[in-house]
Design a protein around this ligand. Sequence first.
Ligand SMILES: [Zn+2]
Length: 311
Amino acid sequence: MSQHVATIPSTGRRIANWGAILWRERRFCGDKDYAKHLRRIHWTEPASWFYSLTLRRQGRPYAAEVEAALRTACEAHQGIRYYWQPRLDRLDRAKQPLTSFGKLIAHLQDDHWLERFIARHVLLYRGGEAVDHLRVLVLTGSPADQALAIWLILSIGEETTARLAPVADHILCSDCFVRCHPLEIDVPEEGLVTYYGCRACRQSVNFQPWPAGGVVAVLDRIVPPESVHTNNQIRVNWRVRRRLFDFDQVEIIQAMDEDVERFAVQVGNDTQESRNGRYAKMVCRVASNCHLSPNTMRILADTFGEVYKEC
Ligand SMILES: [Zn+2]
């Protein structure tokens, strides 16, 4: 696990038309008890007939809109804050421990409306990681479960795209050192749904900025930590990690021929389109006191754009 985990905060967006969003949620959520608790929000809002005329064709809002609307409503009205803020605080606390997906999916059917509400919004928060689990529910659940799971997958697609698409080229997963990427999942009756997450592990919560000095793949027998963060570089020791990640330069400090050859084979066999074109332009530096055979140096020259040995 990286020492420099940077959690990308939710967009924290404010919803001007929160009353309309929450009316649609109440009207289309299919959860009677929860709808009853949302109804309290409309004490001070326009009459339901007005919303009914203007909004009924819009269907259920995405989950992130609902959450943002509830938070905005709490800021706007003391009465709503008194009722909903403790419940939103509970939701925020529930996001922190990594509850298993089995439990979260089970809690979607909990007897208490607040547990169901929290499960839906924690699944939204878990984002890309939750998508495959929700797809199983689409394939195996009752018609009501299917509709809920599809709504959550679409909500994750909408939320991760809004939050991560504008910065995806500039961030990398804190666990895998792999870029954030648009990913797709095939959802029955919906087709391909796009969402954003780590290209390797699919999570969409923990990222860090791509450093100005780049990500360096280091081969070093001596340094034990898997990764070192300097002021402007992330240096990841491939000899500890043993699998590929996204890097833009290579440094061989201390390594045996067989280590270097194994690394070069992984790079040569890399099928990731977004990275295999980059190796031919990449610089590989070999430390002066690292003695590699002429054959290994040739393999490096065939793999990377520019290989040079320090004097
Ligand atoms: Zn990852």
